[in-house]
Design a protein around this ligand. Sequence first.
Ligand SMILES: NC(=O)N[C@H]1NC(=O)NC1=O
Ligand SMILES: [Zn+2]
Ligand SMILES: [Zn+2]
Length: 454
Amino acid sequence: MALDLIVRGGTLVTPHGPILADLGVEDGRIVSLALDVFAPAREEIDATGLHVFPGVVDAHVHLNEPGRTHWEGFDTGTRALAAGGATSFLDMPLNSSPPLLDARAFAEKRALGEAKSRLDFGLWGGLTPLNLTELDELAACGVIGFKAFMSHSGLDEFPAVDDVTLFEGMRAARRAGLVVATHAESDAFTRTLSQVAREQGRAGVRDYLASRPPVTEAEAVGRAICFAEETGAALHLVHLSTARGVTLAAEARARGVDVTAETCPHYLHWTGEDVERVGALLKCAPPIRDAGAREALWAALKAGRIDTVGSDHSPAPPELKTGEDFFAIWGGISGAQSTLNVLLDGGYWQRDVPLELVAAVASLNPARRFRLGSKGALRLGADADLALVRLDETFTLTELHDRHHGNPYRGQSFRGRVQATYLRGQRVFAQTPGGALFDESVRGQLLRPTKETA
Ligand SMILES: NC(=O)N[C@H]1NC(=O)NC1=O
Ligand SMILES: [Zn+2]
Ligand SMILES: [Zn+2]
């Protein structure tokens, strides 16, 4: 019987390291991994000279649909993701409007995703003081987990949790067997420091950065860990901007707390000086820090203490990314397209991060943490989600696929370029001499966490 697809002669980035082998696909799944796959196939790809990565599993994006599709949406957002080698993603409960706080909002977003997403997707539910009573129902719908903000989210319709809400939410999440993800910045610090700066008329880039000092993150991380330890809930700390936050997570894990740590490409790629130079396109929360903090994050990643790297792709229209008052500008970076570029250039090429570790933080670990059974690795039986990469090609990123192209990575030079992306054996993206090519017929499916295993 003929296979659907054979990827021949590539270097497969497996969890055990790179191996030169062929990969056979049948019904969207990987059915053979061998030095030579002999079976006939309907389609063959010559991957000689290419590395085959498992498709990136971006566990942290804001595609903002419904309600803020003019900021970003499933169509353009998944173009950017696919061009960056991603094959699945987990969408945050904000900045869609309404935010995903109940079963009705889940159904609406799910239908839009199934109609428009080019990639497989899971949906985060929100955990806010408004919807504590909805968590069981959201779990039944199939949310990936619950996302809470410990400081202002930027949108009043998605209020931050107070301590009791976070604690009670963790108890509910534990009962449902789901992860709680926290945006861990202390509201007390960020609120007071930004208020004082603005009252004094200090509203520049450096004033903003200084209004969210590292202790803001450390304190909130410590508090979230304390609640997770007490409730037994699984905690995922998103977008850690400091190695101190990562260390707090590692210490807690060592004493048995179920906690994982995410960082983002922007904390690995940029510094505060870049924010001063580039401006609003690099405004985010927590803020980008200095070069020393960046190196400490890379060291933590290399030591295996960072579990996942997610883009926190959160773009906004150009008019929200400009202005004299840096505090008033939308916080969020458009990064969905460049996660693998940052990990390969900054990690593999510049800092000797092994390829299997790149694949672990980008694909395997998020798939495991969020129980996406068929995702995350090149192994028999897994979905044939592939990113074909020419590892030694240096290129300048000029063609951006997010909605507004208000993208700080434009013009950045990277070594390691995605040539094509396959979702369950179907090509969704290809880099051609004439530019990017997207296959318009491929649609993603909803991902739900698989049953818990011991
Ligand atoms: N609402 C939203 O997307 N917020 C994100 N943006 C950012 O810079 N940090 C976040 O948490
Ligand atoms: Zn956040
Ligand atoms: Zn986010």
